[in-house]
Design a binder for this molecule. Structure first.
Ligand SMILES: Nc1ncnc2c1ncn2[C@@H]1O[C@H](COP(=O)(O)OP(=O)(O)OP(=O)(O)O)[C@@H](O)[C@H]1O
Ligand SMILES: [Mg+2]
Length: 779
C-alpha cells in the first residue's frame, strides 16, 4: 500500500492566521465544527476567507478550557498543528462565528505574532508520515478485530461502527475514521499528531483501542457483580413474601416469634425492671435481620429467659411421718441430718416462707452424702439437681458467660433450674472442697453469692443479666474435708459431719439397704440369699478397707451378679460359703491386719487417721554405733519429722530418769522408720508413740504389744489432743488391741459412742510418763 502524497503543501502560505482549539486536536482529513468568540481570531478568520484556499492554522491548547471566554496566551499552544481550510461560516448573534473546518496537512510553527491585532504564525510544512509496507496489513487486521470485539460488547463505540470499518480497506482512511471516534485527551491526541511513522501511528491507535476495551470489560464485570448480588436479595425477598402469602392461604401462618416472646413475657412472674430489660431484648430481636448471627444469639437468650421457672414452685409434702419414712428407707443412721430436715418441714408448716437451710455434709468418701441429698428431695416432694464442682476452675461455670461471647451459656445453677422447672428444688452442690482457682477467676468466690441467704434472693447470672431468686432452694453441699473450703464459704453453711461407719453400722447398712438394692438391680428380688452377718463381715474385713460403704456396695453387687449367673446356668441358688466367696470374688484382698502378739524392743503401735478411716502404724526405732545422728525414713512429712525431733530431745533431756548413759547420744545413731515406706505420712499425732519407741530402743526395754496409742507430744512431755478419735478407736478394735492410750483432752469426743467402746479399755493420759510407765516393760 502506498500513501498518496498529493501535493498537500501546495498553496500553503508561510504565514497563517491561527485558531487555538481547546479540548480537541484536529488531524488531517478530519472535519470539525468550531465556535469562535474572540475578535482577534475572528479577524484572522475573515482574513483567511479572502484567500483562495481559505487556509488557517489549528493549534491545540495545552490548557483546558475553563469557560467559553477563557483567554489563552501564545505560550499555551502546541508548536505543531494542522492546516485546515474553512468550509463554511455562520455568524451567531452575540458577535461570534461558527465555522466548519477540514484538516489538511501538518505543519510546525516557527514563530507567532500578535501584531495588528491578529494572531498569526510562521510555519514550515512537516513531511507526511513515512509509510513502510511492513506490518501495516497485520496491524489493520488487529485493529479491525478489536473494533469488532468492542462493537459486539456494545461498549465504547456505536454498534454500526465496526460494520463501516469492515467495509473500509484503505489503512489511512481507517486510521482517520477511528481517530475521529476515539475519546482521546488533548495530550494523547497531540502526541499522536506528532508521530511521523505510520506504522507507529497505527500501533498507538491499537494500544488506545485495547486499553479502552479493557476498561469497558472491567466496568461490565463490576456492573454484573453488583447486579447479581442485588438480584439475589431481591429474589429472596420475593420468595419470602410468596411463602408468607402461601402460608396465609393455607391457614398455617406462624405467629411472629417476636409476638410469641412478648406474650410469654407477660405471663412470667418477674419484676417490672426485669421485664423491661427482657422486653428491650425482644425489641432488639425485632429490629435485627432474622438470619443474622446477632438474631440467633438474641433468640437463644430469650428462649432461655422465657423457659426459666419464674415464680413456679412445687408444693412441699409437709408430712413429718412420710418424710421420716422416706429418709429411713434410703439411709441407715445419719440421725443428725435427718433431724435437721424434719426441723425444716416443721418450720414450713408453721411459717410458709420460713428460711431454707444451706447444709454442708462432710466426711470420708462413700458415707452417703450425695445420695442423702437425693433422698431429701424425695422426702419433700421437690425437684432436685446436682452441680458437681470438682475441678471447676472457671468462674463462668457458676455465674455464666457474658452474652458477647460466641456460644455463651448461663451458669450451672441457672441451667439446672431451667431443667428442674421449679424455683425451689434441692440443689446438691457436690465436691465443694475440690473447687479450683486459676486465671479464669475464683469460682469459690462466686459461690459466696449463691450460698448466702441474704444475697441469693437476687442471684446475678452474667448471661441472664437480670436477677433470679435462689432463696427458695435448699442447698446441700458435700465435701470430703473442710480444710480446702474457704473460711467465708464455711461460714455461710451449717456444717454436719458424717464420720466413718463402724463395723456394726456397715453390717446394718448392708443388711437393710445395700443387699436389697443389689438384688433389685441384678434381678434377684424374688430369691432368698443367705447373706448372714458372717458373710457380710467377711466381705467387710477381707474385701474392703474403707470409711464408707461404696466398695462394700460394689462387692455385694458383684456377688449378686455371680449368683444370677449361677442361677441362669445351673438353675439353683448357690450356698454362700467361704469357698464360694473366694471363687466369685477372687482371693481375699486384705488379710486380717492382726497385731504382733510379741513384746518387742523399739516397736510401738500408733493410731493414725487417713481419708479411708483409722489405721495402725508401727513405729520402729533402732540404735547403732555412730555419731549421734537421728535418721528418719518412711516418707514422713515435715510435721511428723519435727515431732520425731521433739521426741528425741525429750528423751535426751530426761535420759537420767531412764538410766540412759550420755554416750548413747554421742557414740550411737538412732534410726526411726515407719512402714509402709511407700505411703506418705504426716501429722503430729504420733509424737508419744515415737518417744516410746526411742526410749525402748535406748533402754532395751520391750514395749507392751497389747497397747496402741495416739497423741501429740510437747517438749515438756505433755500429751495434746488430736483428731479422728472415733476412726482411731475403730482401727484399734479391728486390730484387736485391748488397751488404747488417748489424750485426756479428747475425752469429750467419745460422748455417744458407748456401744463402740464395748470390749476396749481406754486409758486417758495427760503426760508421757502415764504412757511410758504402762507400756515399757522391764528389760
Ligand atoms: N447410711 C447409708 N445407708 C444406706 N446406704 C448408704 C449409706 N451411706 C452410703 N450409702 C450408699 O453408699 C453409696 C455411696 O454413697 P454416696 O455416693 O452418697 O457417697 P458420698 O458420701 O457422696 O461419697 P463421696 O464423698 O465420694 O462423694 C450410695 O449408693 C449410698 O446409697
Ligand atoms: Mg458424693
Amino acid at each position: 500500500m502506498k500513501r498518496v502524497t498529493k501535493s498537500v503543501h501546495e498553496g500553503i502560505p508561510n504565514t497563517l492566521p491561527v485558531i487555538p482549539t481547546m479540548d480537541v486536536v484536529v488531524f488531517p482529513n478530519m472535519i470539525v465544527p468550531l465556535l469562535v468568540l474572540d475578535t482577534k481570531i475572528i479577524r484572522g478568520i475573515n482574513q483567511a476567507l479572502e484567500t483562495e484556499h481559505k487556509h488557517i492554522l489549528l493549534l491545540a491548547s495545552k490548557k483546558q478550557a475553563t469557560s467559553l471566554h477563557s483567554t489563552i496566551g501564545t505560550k499555551d499552544l502546541y508548536t505543531s498543528g494542522t492546516v485546515a481550510s474553512i468550509m463554511r461560516l455562520i455568524k451567531i448573534p452575540d458577535g461570534g462565528v461558527k465555522i466548519l473546518v477540514q484538516g489538511h496537512s501538518k505543519v510546525s510553527v516557527q514563530a507567532m505574532s500578535t501584531e495588528n491585532d491578529l494572531l498569526t504564525a510562521q510555519v514550515t510544512p512537516i513531511k507526511p508520515m513515512t509509510v513502510s509496507n511492513a506490518d501495516i496489513a497485520t496491524q489493520i487486521k488487529n485493529i479491525k478485530h478489536i473494533v469488532e470485539k468492542m462493537s459486539l460488547n456494545g461498549k465504547g463505540l456505536s454498534p454500526d461502527f465496526h460494520a463501516i470499518i469492515a467495509k473500509m480497506h484503505d489503512a489511512e482512511k481507517i486510521a482517520d475514521f477511528i481517530l475521529s471516534h476515539l475519546n482521546l485527551s488533548v495530550e494523547k491526541a497531540q502526541a499522536l499528531l506528532e508521530i511521523d511513522n505510520f506504522c507507529d501511528f497505527l500501533n498507538e491507535i491499537y494500544m488506545h483501542l485495547s486499553k479502552e476495551c479493557d476498561i469497558s470489560d472491567m466496568q461490565e464485570r463490576i456492573k454484573n457483580q453488583a447486579r447479581d448480588s442485588m438480584n439475589q436479595s431481591q429474589k429472596e425477598f420475593y420468595l419470602r413474601e410468596q411463602l408468607k402469602a402461601i402460608k396465609k392461604e393455607l391457614g398455617e401462618e406462624d405467629h411472629d416469634e417476636v409476638e410469641q416472646f412478648r406474650t410469654k413475657l407477660t405471663e412470667l412472674a418477674m419484676s417490672a425492671e426485669s421485664k423491661a430489660e427482657v422486653l428491650r431484648q425482644i425489641n432488639r430481636l425485632e429490629k435485627t435481620s432474622p438470619d443474622s448471627m446477632e438474631a440467633t444469639v438474641l433468640r437463644n437468650y430469650l428462649e432461655c429467659v422465657t423457659t426459666l421457672p419464674w415464680g413456679k414452685e412445687t408444693t412441699d409434702n409437709l408430712d413429718l411421718t412420710h418424710a421420716r419414712e422416706i429418709l429411713d428407707a434410703d439411709h441407715y443412721g445419719m440421725d443428725e441430718i435427718k433431724e435437721r430436715i424434719l426441723d425444716f418441714i416443721s418450720i414450713k408448716i408453721l411459717k410458709k416462707d420460713g428460711y431454707a437451710p444451706i447444709l454442708c455434709l462432710y466426711g470420708p468418701p462413700g458415707t452417703g452424702k450425695t445420695s442423702l441429698g437425693v433422698s431429701i428431695a424425695r422426702s419433700l416432694g421437690r425437684e432436685h439437681f446436682r452441680v458437681s464442682l470438682g475441678g471447676v476452675k472457671d468462674e463462668a461455670e457458676i455465674r455464666g458467660h457474658r452474652r458477647t461471647y460466641v456460644g455463651a451459656m448461663p451458669g450451672r445453677f441457672i441451667q439446672g433450674l431451667r431443667k428442674a422447672q421449679s424455683h425451689n428444688p434441692v440443689i446438691i452442690i457436690d465436691e465443694l472442697d475440690k473447687i479450683g482457682v486459676d486465671f479464669r477467676g475464683d469460682p469459690s468466690a462466686a459461690m459466696l453469692e449463691v450460698l448466702d441467704s441474704q444475697q441469693n434472693k437476687t442471684f446475678h447470672d452474667n448471661y441472664l443479666g437480670i436477677p433470679f431468686d435462689l432463696s427458695k432452694c435448699i442447698f446441700i453441699a458435700t465435701a470430703n474435708s473442710l480444710e480446702t473450703i474457704s473460711e467465708p464459704l464455711r461460714d455461710r453453711m451449717e456444717i454436719i459431719e458424717l464420720s466413718s461407719y463402724t463395723f456394726e453400722e456397715k453390717i446394718q447398712i448392708a443388711q437393710r439397704h445395700l443387699i436389697h438394692k443389689a438384688q433389685r438391680e441384678t434381678g434377684l428380688s424374688e430369691y432368698d440369699l443367705q447373706f448372714t452377718d458372717d458373710i457380710i463381715m467377711s466381705l467387710i474385713n477381707d474385701y474392703t478397707r474403707e470409711a464408707g460403704v461404696r466398695e462394700l456396695e460394689r462387692i455385694i453387687k458383684k456377688l449378686c451378679s455371680k449368683v444370677t449367673r449361677a442361677i441362669v446356668q445351673n438353675g439353683q441358688v448357690p450356698q454362700f460359703t467361704a469357698n464360694i466367696l473366694e471363687r466369685y470374688l477372687g482371693p481375699r484382698r486384705f488379710s486380717q491386719e492382726g497385731r504382733d502378739k510379741n513384746n518387742q524392743i523399739g516397736i510401738c503401735n500408733a493410731l493414725a487417721w487417713t481419708s479411708v478411716g483409722g489405721q495402725i502404724l508401727k513405729i520402729e526405732a533402732v540404735v547403732m554405733p555412730g555419731k549421734g545422728k537421728l535418721l528418719l525414713t518412711g516418707q514422713l512429712g515435715a510435721v511428723m519429722r519435727e515431732s520425731a525431733q521433739a521426741a528425741m530431745s525429750y528423751a535426751r533431756s530426761h535420759a537420767q530418769e531412764f538410766s540412759i548413759e550420755q554416750k548413747m547420744f554421742t557414740n550411737y545413731d538412732l534410726h526411726i522408720h515407719v512402714p509402709a515406706g511407700g505411703i506418705p505420712k504426716d501429722g503430729p499425732s504420733a509424737g508419744i508413740t515415737m518417744l516410746t519407741s526411742i526410749l525402748s530402743a535406748l533402754t532395751q526395754r520391750p514395749v507392751n504389744a497389747n497397747c496402741a496409742m495416739t497423741g501429740e507430744l510437747n517438749l515438756r512431755g505433755n500429751i495434746m489432743p488430736i483428731g479422728g478419735i472415733k476412726e482411731k478407736i475403730l482401727a484399734a478394735k479391728r486390730n484387736g488391741f485391748q488397751n488404747v492410750f488417748l489424750p485426756e483432752k479428747n475425752k469429750h469426743d467419745v460422748a455417744g459412742l458407748e456401744k463402740l467402746l464395748e470390749g476396749i479399755n481406754l486409758i486417758w493420759v495427760e503426760h508421757a510418763n502415764d504412757v511410758l510407765n504402762h507400756v515399757l516393760l522391764p528389760a
